[in-house]
Structures are given as structure tokens and as C-alpha cells.
Design a protein around this ligand. Structure first.
Ligand SMILES: [Zn+2]
Length: 234
């Protein structure tokens, strides 16, 4: 086996390893982040707060109506109790009773509004609770799928690492150094195939001398444009 072939083989393994590692990182992030579940929990807790606040508002409104009714009853019992006879005082009590009743209307309207707000808050709370439960189930299924994908990828990674070790040990120290240097500065691709007389990595057309040398596979030829190692084999 020629050196360009071995370098190309190493590149193939490393490219696969890069893919595996990228996917493993993605999975790790998705598993630890769990964004949909976090969002659903946050929404649920917001509606819980709103629901509790609406219940409190309704209680306050009900209490206000209740105490207004007590005031009206007290005024009316004084008015009709027979103890007050002075016409001026009676008139004042009459006026007060009317004013209290008018304000009762306002308080009852507020109570009604608070009931409507509470109904809406309860509805939203129920919906967000259902959504949270649904998201929990979906997220658990997704996490299980991701964890089994993760296990398969870890196996694949181990297999590739063994292959990589064998492929790298077939190369000379200088070749490996060049390869690693190119991987670092050329987005992980140190070895490019020759496809349609071009460097498949950067797309530049190769000279016929370069093509010939690359195809002969007996020396390391590099692309003039991107300086990657060219592999002219199939
Ligand atoms: Zn190139």
C-alpha cells in the first residue's frame, strides 16, 4: 500500500470520527439542555402564579361585596328600625343607603370581572399542565432515543479509534506531522481526492503533471491552491 493511500485511509477514518464526535456533542447538549421541557415548565409555573393571583383577587372582590352588603343591612335596619325619627336624619340615612347600594353595584361588577379572569386563568393553567405532561412524555421518549444513539456512537467511536491507531502506525512521523498540521488549518481535511481532474476539497483544476503524479500513487503530491495532500486513487 502506498503512502498516499494510507494517508487517505487515515483521513477517511478521521472524517468519520469527526462526524461521530460532532453528533455526540450535539446529543450531549440536547440531553443536558432539554429546552422544550424547560420551556413547558416555565410556562406552567407562570400560569400557576397567574391562577393563584386570580383566586386571591376574586376572594378580595367577594369579601368587598360581602362587607358592603353588611353595611347596607346595618344602614337599612337603622333606617327602618324605628329608632330614628328625625326627618333630616332619616333623609341622610336614606341617601347613605342609596350610595352604598350604588357602590355595591360597582363591587359586584368587579367580582364578576374577577370571576371571568379566574376562569381564563384556570383554563390556561389546565392547558399548560396538559402541555407539560405531554412534553414530559415526549422528552422522555426523545432522551431514550438519544441515549441509545449515544451508545451506538460510542461503540462506533471505539471501533474507529482502533482502526485509526492501525492506520496511523502505518505512516512515517513526518507524514503524520504534515497530516495533522493540514487537518488543523484546513477544517479537518488534510487529504483530498482527485475528482474530475480537480482537487475535491478546494475545486481547483490540477495540472497534468500533478494529475499524473497523484495517480501514480507513489509519492505525496499536494494541491497548489489549498496545499492539501492529493489522493488520485479510486
Ligand atoms: Zn485543493
Amino acid at each position: 500500500m502506498s503512502q498516499p493511500f494510507k494517508l487517505h485511509r487515515l483521513q477517511q477514518i478521521d472524517s468519520q470520527l469527526d462526524q461521530v464526535n460532532n453528533r455526540l456533542r450535539e446529543i450531549e447538549i440536547t440531553l443536558s439542555d432539554n429546552l422544550p421541557l424547560r420551556e413547558a415548565k416555565e410556562k406552567y409555573s407562570n400560569t400557576e402564579v397567574a391562577y393563584a393571583a386570580a383566586r386571591k383577587e376574586l376572594r378580595k372582590a367577594e369579601e368587598a361585596v360581602q362587607s358592603q352588603r353588611i353595611k347596607i343591612n346595618q344602614t337599612e335596619s337603622t333606617l327602618y328600625g324605628g329608632k330614628v325619627r328625625n326627618p333630616k336624619e332619616l333623609q341622610d340615612l336614606q341617601n347613605e343607603s342609596l350610595a352604598l347600594s350604588r357602590y355595591l353595584d360597582v363591587l359586584e361588577d368587579r367580582q364578576l370581572e374577577a370571576m371571568i379572569v379566574l376562569e381564563q386563568a384556570e383554563l390556561e393553567h389546565n392547558i399548560s399542565e396538559q402541555e407539560l405532561n405531554k412534553t414530559r412524555v415526549e422528552s422522555e421518549i426523545q432522551n431514550q432515543e438519544l441515549r441509545s444513539e449515544q451508545r451506538l456512537l460510542e461503540q462506533e467511536k471505539n471501533r474507529l479509534e482502533i482502526e485509526r491507531h492501525a492506520a496511523a502506525s502505518a505512516l512515517l512521523k513526518d507524514e503524520l506531522q504534515l497530516y495533522h498540521q493540514l487537518r488543523k488549518i484546513r477544517q479537518g481535511v488534510a487529504v483530498a481526492r482527485v475528482v474530475d481532474n480537480c482537487c475535491s476539497a478546494c475545486g481547483s483544476t490540477l495540472s497534468s503533471a500533478q494529475l499524473h503524479a497523484a495517480r501514480s500513487l507513489n509519492q505525496i503530491i499536494r494541491c497548489d491552491s489549498c496545499s492539501r495532500i492529493l489522493y488520485g486513487g479510486t
